[in-house]
Design a protein around this ligand. Structure first.
Ligand code: HEC
Length: 156
């Protein structure tokens, strides 16, 4: 009954698109108090899950509003330039690179997890990229790869 009510509330909220963060937090606080009173661990975790769900949903709707302001990262608009600047010549055949080519969307997309794993290694660890460099890429450069992944690995 309670969950049904809550579901109705969420659906209504999303279609109306007038979500604000406060409602999520109010629901969260309410649910935490409520779940402490039940004194039942299983119930407690379920309710906590629901509460987080509410928060995530309200965050999503507010994120949608800001989505227009923060453009999604794409291969063409971001990652390709960073690769050209940091992974050349080795991974850029046109520059004489003999390693796996990262001059194209398909390869970079397929290998993105391995790319992120390697650029986050310490430079002394085997497998670190960019190969032979003594310092990691800057945090903001690493963030370009991660944001691209978060945004859904778009080409353009
Ligand atoms: C100086 C040359 C050089 C540069 C610059 C370089 N790499 Fe590499 N890369 C290599 C070599 C050599 C290998 C193969 C050895 C290995 O796997 O560790 C390799 C392998 C890789 C692999 C594994 C590919 C496979 O076959 O699965 C990934 C992923 C990778 N590099 C990512 C990068 C990224 C991302 C950059 C830029 C930030 C970069 N590398 C810069 C030389 C380089």
């Amino acid at each position: 009954m309670f969950v049904k009510l809550l579901n109705g509330y969420i659906t209504k909220q999303r279609t109306r698109k007038e979500t604000d963060l406060m409602t999520g937090y109010v629901a969260f606080v309410f649910l935490v108090i409520f779940s402490f009173q039940t004194n039942n661990m299983k119930k407690y975790f379920i309710l906590l899950g629901v509460a987080f769900g509410v928060i995530i949903l309200s965050n999503c709707s507010s994120a949608k509003k800001t989505a227009a302001a923060i453009p999604k990262s794409t291969y063409t608009s971001g990652v390709s330039t960073v690769i050209m600047n940091n992974c050349s010549p080795c991974h850029i055949p046109a520059n004489g690179g003999k390693k796996k080519p990262y001059d194209n969307f398909a390869n970079v997309k397929t290998d993105i997890d391995e790319i992120i794993r390697r650029i986050e290694l310490e430079p002394t660890v085997k497998g670190f990229m960019p190969f032979k460099k003594t310092a990691k890429l800057s945090d903001s450069t690493i963030a370009v790869f991660k944001k691209w992944k978060e945004d859904g690995l778009l080409e353009n």
